[in-house]
Every structure is written in C-alpha cells, then in structure tokens.
Design a protein around this ligand. Structure first.
Ligand code: FPP
Length: 235
C-alpha cells in the first residue's frame, strides 16, 4: 500500500542495550525491554518537535526468533501491551502507526491487534511511527524482487516503491549501546543515511539524547555523491 508522506526527516532507531541495562541492575532481561517501552514513549513524544516526520523503530528482527523462548514471549507480550495501552494516546496526538515486517509468524491475535491499531491511527498527520517486527531488510528486498518480476521497465523508483510503499529514504540511523552495525535494518532505504552511534543504552534514551543526535545530524554536510561548497565551485 502506498504511504502518505509527512513533512520532516525520516529517522530510524536500532534500540539496543535493553538486556545490558537490566543485567546491570540485577534484573531479568524482560524488564530491560519493558523499560525500553518508556524510552519509545519519550522519543515518540519528542519526535515532531525535533523535525522528524517518520520514525522507524527496530523492535524485533527475523533473527531475534533465535533468542530463548521466554525472552521472545516477553517481547511479544510487550508488543501486545504497547498496542493496547498506547493506541488512544497515539491517535490523540496525531501519530499514525504502521508495523513493517512479516505477520504470519506472530503469536495468535497479535497480527489482528496490529491491524486494529493501524486502522485506529490511520488519520495521524504529525508523525508516522513505523515499528519493525519480525523484520529483515534483506527479506524485504527479496520480496520486492519477487513482486517486481515482469514489471517493465523496472526503475530504481519503482523498486523503491515496492520495498517501502512510498515512505521516504532514511535521513538518519541512530543505534544505541555502543554497537556500530546495521543488523539487517532498512538496508535499501539507508543508502544515503547519516549514522549516529551513542553509548547510551536504549532504556536511558530520552528527548535530550534525541536532540543531541539531531544537532549532530544537522551539522553534517550531506552530498549524496555530489560536491558541496568550494569544491563544487572549483570544479
Ligand atoms: C535490543 O536490545 C532490543 C530488542 C531486541 C528489543 C527492542 C524492544 C523494545 C524496546 C520493547 C518492545 C517493543 C515494542 C515496540 C513494544 P538487547 O536485548 O539486544 O540488549 P543487549 O544487547 O544489551 O542484550
């Protein structure tokens, strides 16, 4: 389905460090994920004011199914709770929620809860919040390649549309917890993204951390393969 574009930047966040945050406090990992939901709330609230129109959060990758079953169950339970508890608030504050990724492997009822949440927030125009669940960028590209068979002429724009449904390319990818890798997140859409890595663990991420990332981003000179400033003039 083609997505309505909102003005503002597209920021993707790889929310990492929940487990370490919990372990450092002697808590089970699931409580780190629960604390991660508070960080999601803070960042969603702060995003429109920070100039973000689309926010994609990496919540569960296709490879995360390999985690121990109790942790996977805890994460799925938290997603269910998030949808139940946040939908009213998201709709009231003009946030449109979409979930990207596979839905056929989710536990009973979760895909239906996602569809209800998407329908309830469909009119939101302040922020497009996309949550990646059972998501793999390589799978998304492969799926688009399957759909593209027989599509002539297959342009870069047409292929992009198959992958992202019209959601703009990513401007900035943030990853928390000191790790510096993409982990199969928005590979196609991040072709010209800037990257911001912070040591802060995801449950400690807040509006100040987001503002800092945006300040760093705005100081970057994006060239998209071209030249800027005196180099462009000299050429
Ligand atoms: C990575 O930290 C985090 C995840 C795999 C899950 C992210 C999930 C949430 C923030 C909460 C649930 C999401 C929603 C949308 C309701 P990690 O567990 O790999 O941390 P570690 O590297 O310290 O072990």
């Amino acid at each position: 389905m083609q997505s309505k574009q909102l003005p503002g930047l597209h920021v993707g966040i790889i929310m990492d460090g929940n487990g370490r945050w919990a372990s450092a406090r002697g808590m089970p990992r699931a409580l780190g994920h629960k604390a991660g939901i508070e960080a999601i709330r803070r960042v969603v609230e702060a995003s429109p004011g920070a100039g973000i129109g689309t926010l994609t959060l990496y919540a569960f990758s296709c490879d995360n199914w390999s985690r121990p079953e109790p942790e996977v169950s805890a994460l799925m339970g938290l997603m269910r709770l998030y949808l139940r508890n946040e939908i009213g608030r998201l709709a009231e504050s003009g946030v449109r929620l979409s979930v990207i990724g596979r839905r056929d492997r989710l536990p009973d009822g979760l895909a239906a809860a996602i569809a209800r949440a998407e329908a309830a927030t469909a009119q939101g125009e302040r922020l497009h919040l996309r949550i990646a669940v059972d998501y793999s960028a390589r799978e998304a590209i492969l799926q688009a390649a399957r759909w593209a068979q027989g599509c002539e002429p297959l342009t870069r724009e047409a292929f992009s549309m198959l992958i992202s449904g019209g959601t703009p390319d990513v401007d900035l990818v943030i990853r928390t917890s000191g790790e510096q890798r993409l982990s199969d997140f928005l590979l196609w859409e991040s072709a010209y993204a800037e990257f911001h890595f912070t040591d802060r663990l995801w449950p400690d991420f807040d509006s100040d951390a987001l503002a800092e990332a945006m300040t760093v981003f705005r100081a970057r000179h994006r060239r998209f393969g071209g030249l800027t400033g005196s180099a462009a003039v000299a050429a």
